[in-house]
Every structure is written in C-alpha cells, then in structure tokens.
Design a protein around this ligand. Structure first.
Ligand code: PGA
Length: 253
C-alpha cells in the first residue's frame, strides 16, 4: 500500500501565536477525526518549526517539514538554513523545488538535485515538487517538461535513495488561483510520472511512490482528486491555513 499523505505548506504566513493556534486546532481535530493510515505533515516557516514540533511531538500521525533547504552543507550563506539544521530540530521532511522557489529564487533542476542529496543524507524525506506553467500546458508538451524536472533532479539517486522520495505534482496555473486541475488532468500526469519512474527504477519502486497533487486543493474537491488511482494525497497551500478546511481535506480519503 502506498502511503497516503496530506501536507500543509503555510508558505510565508502566520506569526508565532497564529501558528501555534493553528497547530493546536489541527492536533485536536486530527486526533479525534482522522484515521490512522494517513500521514499529516505541517510545513511552517523556519522560525516557527521548533515550537510547532513541540506541539506535535506526542502525536504519531503528524510530522514536521521545512519548506526549503540550502544546497550547501554549511558555511557563509547569510539567511539560509541547512538540511542538517532542519533535521536537528526533529523535522522529518523538506519541500524541495516548489514552483515559487523556482520562479522567484531562480532555483534550477541541478541545484535542486543537490538539495535532494543533502536532505537524504540528513534523513529528511524530500517532498519534491514539479509542474508546468500555463504556457507549457497549452503547448501540449507538459508531460515531457515534468518528466525532465524529475530526471534532472532525481534520477541520479540510487534505487534505495529514490524509494525515500515523495513527489508533488503542482501545475503552476492551479496554485493559489482557485483553478484546480480536474481529477482527469491530475490522474493523467500522475500516471505518466509513475510510468516514467518505473522505466528508471522498476515497477515495485514506482508502485510504492507517493505522488501528491497540489494546486487549489480544497475540502470540496479533495475527495474526487484523492479517489484517482495515482493520486496519493495533497500538498495544500491556502486551505492549510484554516484548521477546519485542512482537516476536512485530510478526511477526504
Ligand atoms: P494552493 O497552493 O493550495 O494555495 O494552491 C499549493 C502549493 O503551492 O503547494
């Protein structure tokens, strides 16, 4: 069985008090309402991570993720945070290659490959994001584009390393726009990605890979998306900032 995952990417939202209130609400709702086989991941901004960790430390269903890490081990990179620092505070995951990082911070596939290596070397599960712009979607070449993102950032990994990675497909045209990919569009890309991974690493690894969908996923569309055979959960932005919406998405399986 593939791991079912719902991850909340808070992006640059929530002060300390807001983040602790949101976490406390999610902890209570998840404990009461969510079935045991879904992994819930919270990705707050770096400064909130230790205190969020403190609130979830006794909750076995909820895990902590960073939203990014630097591609260097350590050193003179003012303002940056390393994979080993993230791991040292008890986080288990790190989002790598979010489209906002690619677009605003010009992160490249080669740079993301280094981040993935450091995440794995520090026992963090990379949640590796891929996805096409509207222009590429309309050109029809989106599957080739997405597969190339995967190839250039992940296919240097050994089979053992690759089996620790989670992939998130996030069409850029659906992020924060309220315009979700239809379940057919999501399933088409997820199936193509799984086939592509099978070609490189074999059927067993491809079958056990969790592929999340992200992009305007909300309580009212999560059920249909999560029912697709190759959609194993979601990476949630806007709706992860409201405890009721986020928990309802988690409950959509
Ligand atoms: P959204 O963001 O749910 O607000 O569209 C998703 C993401 O960027 O991970």
């Amino acid at each position: 069985m593939r791991q079912k995952i719902v991850a909340g990417n808070w992006k640059m939202n929530n002060t300390l008090n807001e983040g602790l209130k949101l976490t406390t609400e999610i902890v209570n709702m998840v404990a009461d309402e969510v079935r045991g086989d879904v992994k819930v991941i919270l990705a707050p901004p770096f400064v909130l991570m230790p205190q969020v960790k403190n609130l979830i430390k006794n909750v076995d269903k909820i895990y902590l993720s960073a939203q990014n890490c630097n591609e260097n081990v350590s050193g003179a990179f003012t303002g940056e945070v390393s994979a080993s620092m993230i791991s040292s505070i008890g986080a288990t995951h790190v989002i790598i290659g979010h489209s906002e990082r690619r677009e605003y911070f010009k992160e490249t596939n080669a740079q993301l490959a280094k981040k993935v290596d450091l995440a794995l070397a520090n026992n963090l599960t990379p949640i590796f994001c891929c996805g096409e712009s509207l222009e590429i979607r309309e050109s029809g070449n989106y599957e080739t584009f997405i597969c190339n993102q995967i190839k250039e950032s992940l296919f240097h990994l050994s089979a053992d390393e690759f089996s620790k990675v989670v992939i998130a497909y996030e069409p850029i045209w659906a992020i924060g726009t309220g315009k979700t990919a239809s379940s057919q569009q999501a399933q088409e890309v997820h199936a193509a990605l799984r086939k592509y991974v099978a070609g490189q690493y074999g059927d067993d690894i491809a079958e056990s890979l969790s592929i999340l969908y992200g992009g305007s996923c909300k309580p009212d569309n999560a059920k249909e998306l999560f029912a697709c055979p190759d959609v194993d959960g979601g990476l949630i932005g806007g709706a992860s900032l409201k405890s009721r919406d986020f928990t309802d998405i988690v409950k959509s399986f």
